[in-house]
Ligand binder design. Structure first.
Ligand code: ARG
Length: 473
């Protein structure tokens, strides 16, 4: 049998393989809510503009409502023969209310329909993700506040560089995540225009009111160009790129968690809730959740590249290629959502091993720069020369197998006679971080202030804030 919805000029039904490659219902049924909302807005507008009579319009509305409830109750029979969510819904509508159902598709096409449904889905999902990023930011900020004073080694090249505070390290991720929210917010602003009424590609001869449907669906306005409305997926690309950047940030935090809970570092303990044991090695606590967050970034980044590749070189307007836009976006956004939830859980439960962090913060000549800075400040040495003198002090300490603060004044004066006792106020990790009071620096005082500001912002705007809000503050 040919397709019930568009089979007018076909005498034969599709080959089985054709049905298999053509049908999208297995994945686009996820759009049922958006699809029905779009149809409801459309029929109300057709009724208001007297394009469809009230009696039929009301039948259609009731029918759509019944379908929504059937799907929600798991009682709806999805059919692959009907290709996609749009035709599944419309065919069921015809079963429920008879020929009046045929009036719903006046002045629209599946092309503007799917573009509308998909925008709505992405918009709804962006709102969920935004809330989840805020949750993770809150978890990080609370940990940072608790450990504003905790010293740990800061690294460059994963080599001990200078002491920092754990609070400062965690707040670095809060900053990144705030920008991620800003990117999602920007994408949301741009995507919030309505394609509905663009019809197949050219618009329609019916006197429709696109402002009315746009408003009913919570869009800012109808899209201005009907070709653009049905043919671009930049809103999905932009959202995916925000997702890929967020996932990339999460993967870095995940990697640090994995390193930190290795027995070599022993900087943190993850809770039992986010670790697993080994079936053979009883001592193991594996950071599986962090490893999976790290790995899932690959899927999310892959989705972005996949959709970019699908869209590349497509002529205007709609091509069936664009049916391949959905699965990757669904998967990427759901994966990101899970990763954010797992990360927030790990951070909330994570316990720093203060002793080990402090010991490492003091090792590796981490305060050598403080010694050089002292020479510049107190002796008036040019920094390059101070760097050289400090290098000799480090070499002497290494020779003696002690840290810089365990050198005697005589040891240091043998290198440069201008050293005084005062230098010992600057050679511990705790004193080093205390001195980093420059704007954005790691001093506990700065960290406490930054955490306080973030908490105020996050609690005040628990639901939504954008990068602009951050800049205003
Ligand atoms: N299932 C299709 C999609 O996801 C809906 C649009 C179909 N349009 C068409 N002209 N065949 O893109």
């Amino acid at each position: 049998m040919s397709n019930r919805m568009w089979g007018g000029r076909f005498s034969e039904g599709p080959d089985e393989i054709m049905e298999e490659i053509n049908a999208s219902i297995d994945f686009d049924k996820k759009l049922y809510m958006q699809d029905i909302a779009g149809s409801m807005a459309h029929i109300l507008m057709l009724e208001a503009k007297e394009i469809v009579g009230s009696e039929d319009a009301q039948k259609i509305l009731h029918g759509l409502d019944t379908i929504l409830r059937e799907i929600e109750a798991g009682k709806f029979q999805f059919s692959r023969g009907l290709e996609d969510i749009h035709m599944n819904v419309e065919a069921r509508l015809a079963e429920l209310i008879g020929p009046a159902a045929g009036r719903l598709h006046t002045a629209r096409s599946r092309n503007d329909q799917v573009a509308t449904d998909f925008r709505l889905w992405v918009r709804d999902t962006v709102d969920v993700i935004d809330g989840q990023i805020a949750e993770l930011m809150l978890a990080l900020t609370e940990k940072a506040q608790e450990h504003f004073n905790q010293v740990m080694p800061g690294y460059t090249h994963l080599q001990t560089a200078q002491p920092i505070t754990l609070g400062h390290h965690l707040l670095a991720y809060v900053e990144m995540l705030a920008r991620d929210r800003g990117r999602f917010g920007d994408a949301r602003k741009r995507l919030n225009q309505c394609p509905l009424g663009a019809a197949a590609l050219a618009g329609t001869s019916f006197p429709i009111d696109r402002y009315m449907t746009a408003k009913a669906l919570g869009f800012d306005k109808p899209m201005s160009n009907s070709l653009d409305a049905v043919s671009d997926r930049d809103f999905a690309l932009e959202t995916l790129s925000a997702a890929a950047i967020t996932a990339t940030h999460l993967s870095r935090l995940a990697e640090e968690i994995i390193i930190w809970c290795s027995s070599e570092f022993n900087f943190i303990k993850l809770s039992d809730k986010f670790t697993t044991g080994s079936s053979i090695m009883p001592q193991k606590r594996n950071p599986d959740a962090a490893e999976l967050v790290r790995a899932k970034t690959g899927r999310i980044n892959g989705a972005l590249v996949s959709l970019l590749t699908v869209m590349k070189g497509l002529p205007l307007a709609y091509s069936k290629d664009m049916q391949e836009d959905k699965e990757q976006v669904f998967d990427a956004m759901e994966t990101l959502s899970l990763s954010l939830a797992a990360m927030a859980g790990m951070i909330r439960d994570m316990e720093p091993e203060n002793r080990y962090m402090r010991r490492s913060a003091n090792a590796g000549y981490s305060t050598a720069t403080d010694l050089a800075d002292w020479l510049v400040r107190e002796v008036g040495m040019p920094f390059r020369e101070a760097h050289h003198v400090t290098g000799r002090a480090v070499a002497a300490a290494a020779e003696k197998k002690v840290s810089l603060d365990k050198m005697t004044l005589e040891d240091l004066q043998a290198i440069d006679s201008r050293f005084t006792d005062d230098i010992f106020n600057f050679l511990s990790a705790a004193n080093s971080v205390k001195s980093k009071t420059s704007y954005g620096g790691t001093s506990p005082q700065n960290v406490r202030m930054a955490a306080k500001e973030w908490l105020a912002l996050l609690n005040r705007k628990a639901t939504k804030f954008s990068q602009e809000d951050l800049e205003d503050d």
